[in-house]
Design a protein around this ligand. Structure first.
Ligand code: URA
Length: 204
């Protein structure tokens, strides 16, 4: 895959990955001194959901998808009948990339290179969890999993077979939905819900 990096022996457990990412300085985001956020959920999960990177709340709490985007995601997962017990939630990039604006920290998209470097950790999680299904939220997660940049709107709605036999589904990122308004938001949220329902069907 693009930018593939080999950092030697892989950690043998999710706990070991969680420890190791805290000290990861292989890209500039890791060097900004924030706390890395590990994935969460059962190691036997059939579905792995991959976001982009932790946001402000996630970095503060050290847990993935606990902020506004996470709340929207979780309500849609519940609506689609996808339970927490079957789902492992993680991110393509483990550290929060931001620019300070007064007291706030404004999210910045990771570069392709940063996503490619951090893929080492996501691949480690995939090797341990071995999910049958993977749901990528947004373009960064899609790049991490496919190894190339794609248009989410073009590749959503159909399964993509990955090299380990798992089935990848791609949809929009909930943060994108949060930025839309009125009719556009309703329309995109309905498409998001539809994508999640299709994943739910594949899960059962
Ligand atoms: N957005 C993400 O992509 N991941 C999180 O963990 C939170 C928000």
């Amino acid at each position: 895959k693009a930018g593939e990096q080999d950092f030697g022996e892989r950690p043998q457990s999710l706990g070991a990955i969680g420890e190791a990412i805290l000290g990861c300085r292989r890209c500039e985001i890791g060097c900004n001194g924030t706390r890395a956020v590990m994935g969460e959920g059962p190691a036997s999960a059939a579905l792995m959901i991959v976001g982009e990177q932790p946001g402000d709340s996630e970095e503060e709490q050290g847990r993935p998808f606990v902020g506004p985007a996470g709340r929207l995601l979780r309500s849609h997962l519940e609506e689609a009948g996808i339970s927490d017990e079957r789902t492992y939630v993680t991110n393509a990039v483990k550290h929060f990339k931001f620019v300070p604006r007064g007291k706030r920290r404004l999210h910045q998209n990771p570069t392709a290179k940063e996503i490619d470097v951090c893929r080492w950790w996501l691949d480690g999680e995939r090797a341990l969890v071995q999910p049958r299904l993977i749901l990528a939220l947004g373009a960064s997660a899609a790049r991490s999993l496919l190894g190339k940049t794609v248009s989410v709107q073009k590749v959503r709605g159909e399964p993509h077979r990955l090299e380990d036999g798992s089935e990848l589904w791609i949809t929009t990122h909930p943060s994108y939905l949060l930025r839309l308004q009125d009719h556009g938001r309703a329309e995109e949220e309905a498409k998001f819900a539809n994508d999640l329902h299709r994943v739910s069907q594949r899960l059962s």
